[in-house]
Design a protein around this ligand. Structure first.
Ligand SMILES: [Zn+2]
Length: 352
């Protein structure tokens, strides 16, 4: 693969091709954007273009260097990822980075370091990274990959060039699902519609029972009543088999998927409420039921519910207690949906 195969981030490809052509690569970048839209893939292709034995504005993809980069086996390219079973980048890993960068490149004129989940660093690790960013060696190119730019410290951010990646269009997601995951056309289209522009999300959804779970959820949400408060969260955990998952991180991902699906449902209701004609809904199979449901809710209520769900998603990323978070979100949604006044969401969560 090379730049010419990255079909959907043309603007960013051009930005880097210009920088390479004019010999103006920065020492540090932040690649920001939601999960599963190709930030990591792009970083690797960029590294290939920088290191390729045939210098130019795209990698040849066939020389020895390009091949070794494809196989994670090139000595001037380093990756830093959260260790297994850890959600954060640790200070030891950043110290290792300092060691790595203190030695000149072995095979080329650059050393490229790609730090995944750079928005998940504690204070100590951020400080260590900051030292490196303050005085990077002339040959260093450091790429920080982050889903939430806000979670990267301002002092770190200000030393990096920020590159924002956009979500992929449903057509691009559909084509990737067909070509890379070998899904049939109809299923690829359904999944692309609910993927929110993320391949990772679409792939997660392509699991055998994912669409079924989702259909159960929409059917259930349509029948939601105020007294469901006590049982609904347990029902969700059971039907989506969240209790069966061992690792906390897996549970968190599944709950995230669940909350996103709820978000898309209420977004659909808002679309039905406010637009006319061809309605761009995420759950087209449910269009009639959604239309009829939308008449029972006010626009204000829908906006408030969507706000509650978005806030819950943010808290989820900050590692709040999953069960508590879901219960609280449901209580608030029900009260907004059925017209009660509720206290602020912030009162109920403790962060970190
Ligand atoms: Zn090459």
């Amino acid at each position: 693969m090379s730049f010419k195969n990255i079909s959907c981030q043309t603007r960013i490809v051009q930005l880097f091709q210009n920088a390479i052509r004019n010999n103006r690569l920065a020492h540090a970048y932040i690649f920001a954007g939601q999960e599963g839209i190709g930030k990591m893939l792009f970083s690797r292709e960029l590294a290939k273009t920088i290191f390729c034995q045939h210098p130019g504005i795209d990698a040849c993809d066939s020389c020895n260097t390009c091949q070794r980069i494809s196989h994670d086996n090139f000595s001037d390219l380093f990756f830093i990822l959260p260790e297994k079973n850890s959600r954060v980048i640790k200070i030891d890993q950043l110290k290792e980075l300092q060691d790595v960068l203190s030695v000149k490149p072995l095979e080329s004129k650059y050393k490229v370091v790609i730090i995944q989940s750079a928005d998940r660093m504690n204070e100590e690790a951020s400080n260590c990274l900051l030292k490196t960013l303050e005085e990077p060696p002339s040959y260093a190119i450091i790429i920080l990959i982050a889903t939430s730019l806000e979670s990267v410290r301002e002092t770190v951010r200000s030393r990096c060039q920020i590159v924002r990646f956009s979500p992929l269009s449903p057509t691009v997601v559909r084509d990737i699902l067909i070509n890379r995951f070998h899904l049939d056309n109809k299923r690829a289209e359904q999944l692309a519609a609910v993927s929110n522009g993320s391949i990772e999300r679409a792939a997660l959804l392509s699991g055998a029972d994912a669409l079924e779970k989702k259909n159960w959820l929409i059917g259930r949400l349509l029948k939601l009543e105020i007294h469901d408060n006590l049982t609904f969260s347990k029902e969700l955990f059971d039907e989506w088999r969240i209790q069966d998952l061992d690792a906390l991180e897996e549970k968190r991902l599944q709950v995230k998927e669940l909350i996103l699906s709820v978000l898309l449902y209420y977004r659909d209701l808002l679309v039905c409420k406010t637009l006319e004609g061809e309605l761009p809904v995420h759950y087209p199979d449910w269009k009639d039921s959604l239309l009829s449901k939308s008449t029972s809710l006010s626009e204000d209520a829908l906006f408030n519910i969507i706000h509650v769900i978005r806030t819950s998603l943010e808290y989820l990323d900050h590692n709040a207690n999953i069960n508590l978070l879901l219960e609280n979100m449901i209580t608030k949604i029900l009260h907004l949906q059925f017209g009660y006044r509720i206290p602020s969401l912030h009162e109920h969560f403790s962060l970190r």
